[in-house]
Each structure stands twice: as structure tokens, then as C-alpha cells.
Design a protein around this ligand. Structure first.
Ligand SMILES: *[C@@H]1O[C@H](CO)[C@@H](O)[C@H](O)[C@H]1NC(C)=O
Ligand SMILES: *[C@@H]1O[C@H](CO)[C@@H](O)[C@H](O)[C@H]1NC(C)=O
Length: 285
């Protein structure tokens, strides 16, 4: 993946050891800041999918300022300069960067819960995540919505190919599902066991459901009945997270089956819908 080339450069420079500036485990309010940032990143991915230029600029600016706030709490030195060359000029790749930012933030959240984490680990997680946002600045400011962005500016399902799917938006909507799923996992991870779902988890669930519906428009798997849903509903954050992992897997299969035009994507969407219902049993959004 392209993003690895970019982020490794930043991580490699973090040989410095300095004291962890936060007491570990980090406070609930810092974890909350990370969840809020992950929701902003989900919104930004959706703005890119919808070619919502004003929304993308505004969510990019919010994400940037949320990153700075979190950096002020969890790191004691500035991130090393980004050494990556080149610019992101492709919507699918831009959303892939956001997906990497989400997983780096999830790692940051876990490392902040672990009293054995080192300052360099925490700074590394943080800088990797932030770099992935900074690297799409050019795409958001200068490419999205401009003529050079070509058919990537079209509405979802505006143009279907001979295999019946939207080649301009399939990759973007697919990546956006993974961005949203990661945010939901984080929100669920932040709920103490035995507690009902938080408003954050409900919001993240709705965002994922909407992202999946947009992916379905781009994939256009056709109409048909689904097998009887026999899944036991999730009853706690842990079982809900397992169903979100199931959604991620089925989404990846749906993407592969759609591009292979194997005619089996419809069944993948049945699995996704059943897993969503199982998450909903606990989240009750
Ligand atoms: C954007 O990148 C994706 C995935 O790397 C590729 O399939 C697609 O053709 C690219 N789109 C454009 C317009 O270059
Ligand atoms: C530090 O980071 C490495 C690499 O990401 C990871 O394998 C390790 O578990 C982390 N250590 C702690 C204490 O979090």
C-alpha cells in the first residue's frame, strides 16, 4: 500500500525516548477526543465519496484541529517532518489514507490504555495517524470537485459499467465502509462491559449503515431474497465488535465479487445486512 511508504518514513525518525507526558492509562476524556476525531474522519470520507467540497474542507479543518488538541495532550515533541514525495490526486487513495489514519488512531487508543506503552510508541502512533491526514490536504483543497478529478466527481451510481457497477465510486465507497467500521469498533471499545451503548456508538453505527447503503448503490448487486437470518443479536460491546469484524470481511468479499462480476455479490450483501442487524440488537440506534 502506498500509505506505508509515506508513514514508515515518519516512524523511523522516532528513535528519541522522552517521558510519556500523560499518565497511563490516559483519561477517559482523551479517549473521547480520539473517538470524536474518528467520527470526523468518517464524515470526511463520506464528503469525498459525495464530492461535497465544502463539507470536506470543513471536516478536514476540524480533524486537523482535533489532531492538534490530542497531540498537545499525548506527545511532548513535534512530529518529524513528512519526508514523503508526491501528492495524492486520487479519491480512492485519499480514502485509503483515512482508513490508515483510523487504524493508527485505534492503535493509539489501545497504547494509551496500556501502562507499559513507551513515549515513542505513543508519539509514533499519533504522528503516523496525523501524517495520513496531512497527506490528503492537497486532494481535499485542490483536486476534489475540480475538473482534473474527472469522473470521481460524479454522483454515486451516475455511471454504471457493462458489468452493472459504478467504476468511479466502487473503490471509494468500499474504503469508506472500512473507515466507518473502524470508528464504530473504537466507540464500542470505549464502553465498559455491562453498559448500554453510548450515543457515540449509536452515531458511529448510523454512519456505517449509511456508508454501506452508498456502497450498495455503487456495487448494484441486484435484487433478490436473502436466506433466513438466524444470527443471535449482540448483547454487549464485545459481541457487537465481532459482528463488525464480520461486516468488514463481507464488505471486502462484496468488493472482490463485484469487480470479478462473479454474480455472488448479492449474497455478500445479505451477510452484511444480517451482521448489521446483529450489531443493532445491542446498539439500538
Ligand atoms: C485511483 O486509484 C485506484 C486504486 O489504486 C485505481 O483503481 C483507479 O484507477 C485510480 N483512479 C484514477 C482516476 O486514477
Ligand atoms: C509499541 O509498538 C509496537 C509496534 O507498533 C507494538 O508491537 C508494541 O506492542 C507496542 N508496545 C506497547 C507497549 O504498546
Amino acid at each position: 500500500m502506498i500509505s506505508n511508504t509515506f508513514t514508515l518514513a515518519a516512524a523511523a525518525l522516532l528513535g528519541l525516548t522522552h517521558a510519556v507526558p500523560v499518565d497511563l492509562p490516559a483519561s477517559q476524556s482523551t479517549q473521547q477526543d480520539i473517538i470524536n476525531l474518528q467520527q470526523t474522519i468518517t464524515n470526511l470520507a463520506n464528503d469525498i465519496v459525495q464530492t461535497n467540497v465544502d463539507g470536506a474542507k470543513s471536516d478536514y479543518a476540524s480533524a486537523d484541529s482535533q489532531f492538534k488538541t490530542i497531540g498537545g495532550i499525548v506527545t511532548s515533541s513535534a512530529c518529524p517532518p513528512i519526508t514523503a514525495q508526491g501528492r495524492v490526486t486520487n479519491g480512492t487513495v485519499a480514502i485509503e489514507f483515512l482508513r490508515t489514519a483510523q487504524s493508527d488512531l485505534s492503535q493509539l487508543s489501545l497504547d494509551l490504555q496500556n501502562t507499559a506503552s513507551s513515549a515513542s510508541n505513543i508519539t509514533g502512533d499519533y504522528c503516523n495517524a496525523y501524517d495520513n491526514l496531512l497527506l490528503i490536504d492537497y486532494y481535499v483543497t485542490d483536486v476534489l470537485g475540480q475538473p482534473e478529478n474527472g469522473a470521481s466527481n460524479y454522483a454515486v451510481a451516475q455511471e454504471l459499467n457493462s458489468q452493472g457497477y459504478d467504476p468511479n465510486k466502487l473503490g471509494q465507497t468500499y474504503q469508506a465502509n472500512l473507515v466507518a467500521a473502524e470508528a464504530l469498533i473504537s466507540a464500542l471499545n470505549n464502553i465498559p462491559s455491562g453498559q448500554p451503548a453510548t450515543q457515540d456508538a449509536k452515531d458511529a453505527y448510523i454512519s456505517l449503515k449509511n456508508a454501506i447503503s452508498t456502497f450498495g448503490k455503487a456495487a448494484n448487486p441486484g435484487i433478490g431474497s436473502c436466506p433466513l437470518d438466524t444470527l443471535a443479536g449482540a448483547t454487549d460491546p464485545k459481541s457487537a465488535i465481532n459482528y463488525v469484524y464480520g461486516i468488514e470481511k463481507a464488505v471486502q468479499k462484496a468488493y472482490a465479487d463485484t469487480t470479478a462480476a462473479s454474480g455472488t455479490a448479492h449474497g455478500d450483501f445479505c451477510v452484511i445486512q444480517a451482521d448489521l442487524r446483529a450489531v443493532e440488537s445491542y446498539v439500538k440506534a
